[in-house]
Design a protein around this ligand. Structure first.
Ligand code: F6P
Length: 561
């Protein structure tokens, strides 16, 4: 990729899309009535995912113009550069190769990037992770007093937390009984305290997950956990009061995942108990690397392999499918349409699956850390809006909370509905199949959002005239429906890869670097500068701006003890 970004707003396709938007009044009911093939023509499959785009505010002409925009902004060339390992993360001068993490073993042609045999390295590390997972699962790995591990606590934050916890929650039915994973991320000491309060140090294993092994929150929590381990073992009378014994306890109760293995050793974790990955894996793209070790322990190597195969199936779909049927490409372009032409500021992701209750939180980092940028990768300012706010909660809970605004508010809120045909728990309520009832809600919501309810329909129900306006639903509220047979490890991998590539497509159109995250640095630096002001350094306190200084003084005056 030697060429710079194309300003999307200067392309002929952009001008055509602007004119098309101005000339088109959204009319989903009319469009469906006029074209009986619409649902079929705008529904696609990617691996096991069935994706219906037909309830979006697009016509075939819109889709054609969006595909032209992709062509004119070089999205597919950039995609190919990513898969080939070119340094498309320009500001950090790195390859972006999370797709290499899920290439199947024994791929027909080797992937060599920057002189590194990527496939061989990935498989070698996976072998180590799987051996560790098997050892914990079988009881071969025991704590310092010889007891079997019952609890694994992943300590990490951002990409070193959100992916593992989301996937663990999603795949709980696949987890080994008697082995529970927990997750500590926040530097609020409450997190470590609450997570460990009912655990037995003799049967608890910590995984310290940090790409850089320099993250304040993670290292602080790791030290708190280590102190908790030593204190608990001492209180139980099973830890001798000497450094060798403490070191031995750490060796049996701490492993690490990082790209900075020398820092792991400095923390006191035996490098033999550390799993690595590479700088070409972004934190928010790392759940399928060794960062997923907690998940591998929970669900086991076979299921983890299925998880990776799911990612790979969608990678291959994105890499090889014709643009007109390429689901991540189409969904990414639709997001551009919604943001830049329909004025959407946010995007809801609404899984009809309780197991996906952390999916939106996970997607927030993936999408917003990737595309929350106002300069392009050549350093020039962007010329149009970028990264929308992603948010969401599982249905049906959201229906009784925020759906009101999606149905009748003044803003365009595109929403992705995700559900699975086969329930994990096929429960019945008397005669009623509860999953069917759940799914009826999914279908009802997307239907109501698309087609609404007219004043005539409201009046026909005998509604008093003065209340009619409040009970009208405008319809024409865009949704995408994503269905899969069931929530398996493979399907979860497919869903994650789908959103990774959607995020990529949006960033590629906008000409931004979706793989750096400089926006998180300033706050980290200032926190370290401010910390002394909270512990008696008056010069540091005086150096603050008036607002920050007054907030710190309030804190100091009101802090008990
Ligand atoms: O601060 C943001 C960030 O760098 C994320 O990109 C990353 O996922 C997270 O911090 C954690 O970083 P690390 O894995 O290096 O501890």
């Amino acid at each position: 990729m030697s060429t710079g970004p194309v300003d999307p707003t200067t392309t002929p396709a952009w001008a055509s899309l602007s004119a098309h938007q101005a000339a088109t009044t959204p009319d989903l009911a009319g469009w469906f009535a006029a074209d009986p093939e619409r649902a079929e023509q705008l529904s696609f499959t990617a691996a096991d995912l069935f994706v219906d785009l037909s309830k979006n505010l697009v016509t075939p002409e819109t889709v054609g113009l969006l595909l032209q925009l992709a062509e004119q902004t070089g999205v597919l060339a950039r995609r190919d550069a990513m898969f080939a390992g070119e340094h498309i993360n320009v500001t950090e001068d790195r390859a972006v190769l999370h797709t290499a993490l899920r290439r199947p073993p024994g791929a027909s042609s080797a992937l060599v990037v920057d002189g590194q045999d990527v496939d061989a390295d990935v498989q070698a590390e996976l072998t180590k992770v799987f051996a560790f997972a098997d050892a914990v699962r079988s009881g071969q790995w025991v704590g310092v007093t010889g007891k079997r591990i019952t609890h694994v606590v992943n300590i990490g934050i951002g990409g070193s937390d959100l992916g593992p916890v989301m996937a663990y929650e999603a795949l709980k039915p696949y987890a080994q009984a008697g082995l529970e994973c927990r997750f500590v991320s926040n530097i609020d000491p409450t997190d470590v305290a609450e997570t460990t309060k009912d655990l037995d140090p003799e049967t608890t294993l910590f995984i310290v997950a940090s790409k850089t092994f320099g993250t304040l929150e993670t290292l602080t929590n790791a030290r708190l956990a280590r102190a908790w381990l030593w204190a608990g073992l001492s209180a139980a009378g099973v830890l001798a009061d000497d450094d060798e014994a403490r070191k031995d306890a750490v060796a049996k109760h701490f492993v690490a995942v990082s790209t900075a293995l020398e820092k792991v050793a400095a923390f006191g974790i035996d490098p033999a108990n550390a799993f690595g990955f590479w700088d070409w894996v972004g934190g928010r793209y790392s759940v399928d690397s060794a960062i997923g070790t907690s998940l591998a322990v929970a669900i086991g190597p076979d299921a983890f392999r299925e998880f990776l195969a799911g990612f790979h199936a969608v990678d291959e779909h994105f890499r090889t499918t014709d643009p007109a049927r390429n689901v991540p490409l189409l969904m990414g372009l639709l997001n551009v349409w919604n943001v830049n032409f329909l004025g959407a500021h946010t995007h809801a992701v609404l899984p009809y699956s309780q197991y996906l209750h952390r999916f939106a939180a996970y997607l927030q980092q993936l999408t917003m850390e990737s595309n929350g940028k106002s300069v392009r990768y050549d350093g020039e300012p962007v010329t149009t809006d970028t990264g929308e706010v992603f948010w969401g909660e599982p249905g049906t809970n959201g229906q009784h909370a925020f759906y009101q605004l999606i149905h009748q508010g003044t803003r365009v809120i595109p929403a992705d509905f995700i559900a699975f045909a086969t329930p994990t728990h096929p429960l019945v309520d008397g005669e009623a199949d509860v999953h069917a009832l759940f799914m009826a809600n999914f279908f009802a919501q997307t239907k109501a959002l698309a087609f609404g309810k007219s004043a005539e329909e409201v009046r026909a129900e005998g509604t008093a005239e003065d209340v009619v306006p409040a009970r009208v639903f405008s319809g024409n509220r865009p949704t995408t429906s994503i269905l899969a047979p069931s929530l398996t490890p493979s399907v979860l991998g497919q869903l994650i890869a789908l959103y990774e590539h959607i995020t990529f497509v949006e960033g590629a159109v906008w000409g931004i670097d979706s793989f750096d995250q400089w926006g998180v640095e300033l706050g980290k630096k200032l926190a370290l500068e401010i910390a002394p002001a909270l512990t008696g350094d008056t010069a540091a306190l005086e150096a603050q701006d008036p607002s920050t200084g007054s907030l710190i003084r309030y804190y100091l005056e009101h802090r008990a003890n």
